[in-house]
Design a protein around this ligand. Structure first.
Ligand code: CP3
Length: 351
């Protein structure tokens, strides 16, 4: 779709393309969620999956942090696990345990039984939410669409839920590599189609969440994950929107993630922002405040925000964010204060 000149100038989109901005753009992964009273009020009446299934509710929750925090981008309210439902897998969110998949994928037969997914029909509710959010935003800030990267989605569907050691995932990867590659091939196809659908519906940037890829040694990342992530970025590149590539615990993987693709590379807080950027010098970077810093007293929080900004040193191509998502219990006024700090500290007149 045509991008209006006004939106092209949004600081978030300019920074993603490494163009100078008048202020450093800031948004937060998981900026909508339980730490916010407005979200909890809706969750009293609707489950997470209900919110995701109803475009009007998903749109309302997407807009909550835009109104409350003054962030420079909206991120669609959805979940990285939504595409596994049309694949034929069961998905539940249980209190305390997180996502549970009762029919995990562990054999060649399980992979063969996965259904073909057509984003327009099977995930049409998500695409409808994208259209609604775009209409309601009316150009105020750009909308980011997202999906999980194949490795991270595979880890949930092989384990049957969250995992600490990724035992089943790595057993499949090391013990039955042909089954692993068949699964990853199917997932990259589905996830690329899903993201392309979001872009066609109006998403102005996309983020690929490879949240748990930091559990892989670089050689295993290269052999078992990189080709599938790269296939997604290559398929989406002609669509022309900025793409963000994010993971946690990735200090030793950043160069390989760059190779896989993405205009913007996410940095977690365990590597200083400038050291991480030096590993991906031809890309924009996003990050990298420790999410737990948001619980610190305001003076300490401010010191840490300034530290991140000092390491970015005003270079074009920095998007301020956390190194991972906002945690439940985070004080909303601290999140709001970070937005103001970043904007005030970086205001440098028109580019
Ligand atoms: O960022 C946003 O504001 C958009 C919404 C969003 C959600 N999930 C909604 C959600 C996004 C971007 C995600 C991505 C997601 N989902 C990831 C990648 C990001 C990351 O944090 O690494 C992952 C790994 C998932 C899978 C998932 N969804 C887990 C592990 C859980 C349970 C964790 C928990 O905190 O309970 C979810 C549930 C979930 N998805 C919640 C939200 C707001 C919280 C549950 C609720 O409201 O009941």
């Amino acid at each position: 779709m045509a991008v209006s000149p006004v939106m092209t100038e949004a600081p978030f989109l300019r920074a993603a393309r490494r163009q100078p901005t008048d202020v450093t753009p800031v948004w937060f992964m998981r900026q909508a969620g339980r730490y916010m009273a407005e979200y909890r009020a809706i969750r009293e009446h609707h489950s997470l999956l209900e919110i995701c299934a109803r475009p009007a509710l998903a749109a309302e929750v997407t807009l909550q942090p835009v109104e409350r925090l003054g962030v420079d981008a909206a991120i669609l309210f959805a979940d990285i696990l939504l595409p596994i439902v049309p694949l034929g897998l069961s998905l539940e969110f249980t209190a305390g345990e997180g996502p549970v998949i009762r029919n995990p994928v562990r054999t060649a037969r399980d992979v063969a039984a996965l259904r073909a997914v057509d984003a327009e029909t099977d995930l049409g509710h998500v695409l409808e939410a994208v259209r609604l959010v775009r209409a309601e935003l009316a150009g105020r800030v750009p909308l980011i669409g997202f999906a999980g990267a194949p490795f991270t989605v595979a880890s949930y569907i092989v384990e049957g839920g969250a995992s600490r050691h990724f035992l089943e995932t790595k057993k499949l990867m090391y013990g039955a590599p042909d089954v692993w590659h068949a699964l990853m091939g199917k997932l990259s196809e589905v996830l690329a189609g899903y993201l392309a659908g979001q872009i066609r519906a109006g998403a102005q940037a996309v983020q690929l969440f490879d949240s748990w890829v930091g559990t892989l040694a670089p050689a295993d990342y290269r052999a078992y994950a990189l080709p599938y992530t790269r296939a997604i970025f290559e398929r989406l590149r002609p669509l022309g929107v900025p793409m963000i590539h994010f993971g946690v615990g990735t200090a030793s993987l950043l160069q390989l993630q760059r190779e896989a693709g993405g205009d913007v590379i996410g940095l977690d807080w365990t590597i200083p922002l400038d050291a991480g950027w030096a590993r991906v010098p031809d890309r924009a970077v996003q990050g990298n405040l420790d999410p737990v810093a948001l619980f610190a007293p305001p003076a300490e929080l401010q010191r840490r925000v300034r530290e991140v900004l000092a390491r970015a040193a005003g270079r074009a191509g920095h998007i301020f964010n956390l190194g991972h998502g906002i945690l439940p219990g985070t004080p909303v006024d601290h999140v709001r204060a970070v937005v103001d700090m970043v904007h005030e500290a970086t205001a440098r007149g028109t580019p």
